[in-house]
Design a protein around this ligand. Structure first.
Ligand code: 5AD
Ligand code: SF4
Length: 344
C-alpha cells in the first residue's frame, strides 16, 4: 500500500475530514488498497448506523421531462420513449399497496413535468400523510421555491435533488439550459424550508476526472446532506452519449466508500444503477457503506418506460412482495430491515 493511501485512510476514519488531493489518493486505490478502503467504510457504517437497512418504495409517476440532459433516456428529445403520466389517484393506490407490503417511506419521483401543479401534488402528499401515515420523499427536479414551500407545508419531509456533478463545466455541458450554481441554490432552499435534503452524483460520466469526483464528495460534505445517491453512469443508446463507456462498478464503490468515511451518518442507498452494472452490485454496495434500498413500486404497465438508462427494469423484483424479498435478501447479508421511518 502506498504510504499516502494509508495515511489518508487513517485520517478519514479518525476525523471524517479529507482534502481533495487526499480523496483522489483514496479513489486511486487498486487491489489491496481498495479492499482496505471498502472494509473501512463498512466498519464506519456499522459503528455509526448499525446493521439496519432502510427500505424505501419509489413510485415513478411520470416520465415526461422538459429537460434535455445528455445522459438521460427521459430527455425531451428522445422521441422513441413512450411517455406516461399517472393520475394522482393511481399514485395513491400504488403508495397504498407499498404501505400494505410494509414500506413506511414513499418516494415520489418524476421527470420535470409541469403538467403536475404544486397544489395538486400537495393534495396528494397530504392524503399520503393522513391516510397512510408514511414519510414522503419527493424527487421532482428543479421547481420554483414557492412550490418546494407548498409541498413542504403539505407534509413532504425529504427532497432528493442530485447535484449530478460538482464540475461546473461538465454540468453545463451535460445539462443544457441549467447551471451548477442554480442547482446548489435549490439545495440551500430545500434545507431552509426544513426538508431533509438528498443530493448525489453520477460516477464515470464522459470527461469526468478523479478530481471532479473528489469535488462531488466534498460538496456532499459541505452541504452535510442527509442522503446521497451515488450511481454509475450507464450509457443509453437513444441519447447523445450513446456509445460512450459506462462508469465502472469499482470506481462507483470507491466513491461510495469515501463518502461513507466523510459522512458517517448520511443515508447512502445501494442504487439501482449499481445493480444494473453487476448482479452483485447492490450487495457489494451494502458492504461499502450503503444502508438504504430504494425498491421500485411503479405499477408494471408504466415501469418499463421509466428508462433513465437501459437494463433498469430487469433488476426489479417481481412476484410476491418486494418488501418480503428484500427482508430475506438482507438477512443473508447479515443485515436487518429498519422498522421506523429512519430518522423521522
Ligand atoms: N446513467 C446513470 N444515471 C442516470 N441518471 C439519469 N441518466 C442516467 C444514466 N444514463 C440519474 C440522474 C438523475 C436520476 C433521475 O437518474 O442522476 O438524477
Ligand atoms: Fe429530466 Fe432528470 Fe433525465 Fe435530466 S436527468 S432529462 S432532468 S429526468
Amino acid at each position: 500500500m502506498r504510504p499516502a493511501f494509508s495515511a489518508a485512510l487513517a485520517k478519514a476514519v479518525k476525523t471524517h475530514l479529507l482534502s481533495g488531493a487526499e480523496i483522489v489518493t483514496l479513489l486511486q486505490a487498486g487491489g489491496r488498497e481498495a479492499e482496505a478502503l471498502f472494509r473501512a467504510a463498512d466498519e464506519v457504517r456499522a459503528r455509526h448506523l448499525g446493521d439496519t437497512v432502510h427500505l424505501r418504495a419509489i413510485i415513478e409517476f411520470s416520465n415526461h421531462c422538459v429537460r434535455n440532459c445528455l445522459y438521460c433516456g427521459l430527455r425531451r428529445n428522445n422521441r422513441r420513449l413512450p411517455r406516461y403520466q399517472m393520475a394522482p389517484e393511481e399514485i395513491f393506490v400504488a403508495a397504498a399497496r407499498a404501505r400494505a407490503e410494509g414500506y413506511r417511506t414513499i418516494v415520489l419521483q418524476s421527470g420535470e413535468d409541469p403538467r403536475y401543479q404544486a397544489a395538486e401534488l400537495a393534495g396528494l402528499v397530504r392524503r399520503l400523510k393522513t391516510e397512510l401515515n408514511v414519510t414522503v420523499t419527493l424527487s421532482l427536479g428543479d421547481l420554483p421555491r414557492a412550490s418546494y414551500r407548498e409541498l413542504r407545508a403539505a407534509g413532504a419531509g425529504r427532497y432528493l435533488l442530485k447535484h449530478e456533478t460538482a464540475d461546473p463545466v461538465l454540468f453545463a455541458r451535460l445539462r443544457p439550459e441549467t447551471r451548477l450554481p442554480g442547482r446548489l441554490e435549490r439545495l440551500t432552499w430545500l434545507r431552509e424550508l426544513g426538508y431533509q435534503v438528498g443530493a448525489g452524483n453520477i460516477v464515470g460520466l464522459p470527461g469526468q476526472t478523479l478530481r471532479a469526483l473528489a469535488a462531488d464528495v466534498l460538496l456532499l460534505k459541505r452541504f452535510a446532506v442527509d442522503m446521497a445517491g451515488i450511481g454509475p453512469f450507464i450509457s443509453h443508446p437513444d441519447t447523445p452519449l450513446a456509445g460512450c463507456a459506462s462508469g465502472s462498478l469499482e470506481l462507483t464503490l470507491k466513491v461510495l466508500a469515501v463518502t461513507r468515511l466523510l459522512l458517517p451518518r448520511t443515508h447512502l442507498p445501494a442504487t439501482t444503477a449499481v445493480g444494473v452494472l453487476h448482479p452483485e452490485g447492490r450487495a457489494r454496495a451494502l458492504r461499502c457503506g450503503a444502508n438504504v434500498i430504494m425498491s421500485d413500486l411503479t405499477p408494471t404497465p408504466y415501469r418499463r418506460y421509466y428508462e433513465i438508462y437501459p437494463g433498469r427494469t430487469r433488476s426489479v423484483v417481481e412476484g410476491r412482495g418486494s418488501f418480503a424479498w428484500w427482508q430475506e435478501e438482507l438477512a443473508h447479508l447479515g443485515r436487518k430491515v429498519g422498522k421506523g421511518p429512519g430518522r423521522p
